[in-house]
Write a protein that binds this ligand. Structure first.
Ligand code: ATP
Ligand code: MG
Length: 155
């Protein structure tokens, strides 16, 4: 389906706002992409954004206010989306495993958060099915940023 990525993302931000507030957090969005028309499976791409925001809430630093920053912009002929948090972060040696099925980082007490380790494997599969790419940058105790590139619909 042909749709505007900024609209899709603001929809997810809207549904997520209450959950983030209840978890001592806030969402800041900067949907700056001027060209944002993409041809995608609406349900799956919505789930992708939802999954990344869900992780930001799950892996926040308990003592710190969560700031979830969502951006869109255009880079060459692509639509870029970033979803960034100031949570617990992921160690460099674990970073390349996070997209694997059933992979979860073990960090003892800190990590008594439930999950199957499937969210990011699903996210990567959906983005690649749409001929896009996803990468992750993270610093332990600082936060994590996922950056997605999707092809724009050409007219
Ligand atoms: P599921 O999404 O299936 O409920 P999950 O959240 O554990 O379970 P993924 O979403 O695939 O699985 O994430 C894999 C692992 O990567 C997580 O268990 C967590 O250790 C780490 N991780 C993912 N997102 C973040 C994040 N934003 N900050 C810190 N760690 C993260
Ligand atoms: Mg998850």
């Amino acid at each position: 389906k042909e749709l505007d990525a900024n609209d899709l993302i603001s929809g997810v931000v809207h549904t997520f706002a209450l959950k983030v507030e209840q978890n001592n957090g806030k969402i800041e969005s900067f949907l700056d992409a001027e060209h944002a028309t993409i041809f995608v499976d609406e349900m799956h791409i919505t789930n992708v954004v939802f999954n990344l925001m869900d992780n930001a809430v799950k892996y926040k630093k308990p003592e710190k206010e969560l700031v979830l920053t969502v951006r869109t912009w255009n880079a060459s002929d692509k639509l870029m989306i970033s979803i960034e948090d100031n949570g617990i972060g992921i160690k460099r040696e674990n970073l390349k495993k996070v997209f694997e099925k059933f992979y979860r980082v073990h960090t003892g007490n800190l990590h008594d958060v439930k999950g199957f380790g499937l969210g990011l494997a699903y996210v990567k599969k959906i983005i690649e099915d749409h001929h896009g790419t996803i990468k992750v940058e993270s610093d332990i105790d600082v936060g994590t940023k996922f950056i997605i590139a999707l092809p724009l619909l050409k007219k």
